[in-house]
Design a protein around this ligand. Sequence first.
Ligand SMILES: NC(=O)C1=CN([C@@H]2O[C@H](COP(=O)(O)OP(=O)(O)OC[C@H]3O[C@@H](n4cnc5c(N)ncnc54)[C@H](O)[C@@H]3O)[C@@H](O)[C@H]2O)C=CC1
Ligand SMILES: CCCCCC(=O)/C=C/C=C\C=C\C=C\[C@@H](O)[C@@H](O)CCCC(=O)O
Length: 249
Amino acid sequence: MDLANKVAIITGAARGIGKTLATGLLAKGVKVCISDINEELVTSTGQSLATTYGEQNVIFAVCDVRNEEQFKNVFQVTKNKFKRVDIVINNAGVADEENWGKVVDVNLKGSILGTQLAAEALRKDRGGHGGIVVNMCSLLGVQPSSILPVYSASKYGVFGLTKSFAEMPEMKENGVKFTCLCPGAIDTEMITDNIQQMRKKFFGDTSLMSTDVMREALFKLLNDTDNNGEGLIVNQVDPDQHMKYFNSK
Ligand SMILES: NC(=O)C1=CN([C@@H]2O[C@H](COP(=O)(O)OP(=O)(O)OC[C@H]3O[C@@H](n4cnc5c(N)ncnc54)[C@H](O)[C@@H]3O)[C@@H](O)[C@H]2O)C=CC1
Ligand SMILES: CCCCCC(=O)/C=C/C=C\C=C\C=C\[C@@H](O)[C@@H](O)CCCC(=O)O
């Protein structure tokens, strides 16, 4: 994808992987709306990005991806400010097996809502310009986890959602592609918050990847023009899988 004059929306981007993807896109000249449920953090991150990359290139909005009105508002403020949307990254996610209803609501229902709204905003027959939806899946969306069964189920759902939208004839006809990223363990607070309870049990000695690898993976997705409906595995721990497409057909 030619990134000149393009506009991106990223959810859950106040920190972690979402924030890294935002900086990567901004550095390439893409205008970005970051959104997050955490008002204080999205405000400070948004202001910091605006200082670095220019106020004309960055907006931020509070949005809980479980809340349809807040999610619609993100698309509205982005179109008001930048006049278009080309890239939507449904990144917001949580890992909390004890509160598994929240995991389903944020990871799966939030991605469903974000994918539906993105499809409407991007499709050419509804005033869009075509574009790409990038859903944040996980390695645990393509392989099971006995330790994180609900998290894994939510991410398998994200993969199915992505593939299914990619197969819709009306999406192909209107220039909208759907892809997902499937990373292994990345060094963010999602992992370190849980590290005392979970890391020994789950990750063993697995070393954490830097968020930088996610920027690289996003640009591979955006550049690979024939990718539609596939998931890009990001797993430096296994060089045979790393940066390879996974097709669950
Ligand atoms: N860190 C990792 O090892 C991996 C993470 N992922 C996925 O990547 C995505 C980002 O994760 P990280 O950056 O690691 O996590 P993180 O916890 O550092 O960041 C997640 C962000 O999402 C926001 N958020 C949480 N609930 C939300 C909601 N209901 N609505 C809007 N925003 C919400 C949080 O406030 C936070 O800013 C998630 O979907 C996660 O499942 C996938 C594979 C590996
Ligand atoms: C707090 C946890 C957040 C999880 C975030 C996520 O999506 C991360 C995935 C990361 C790595 C996956 C590693 C898989 C390792 C397996 O090959 C095996 O070593 C562990 C299997 C244990 C199990 O049954 O779950």
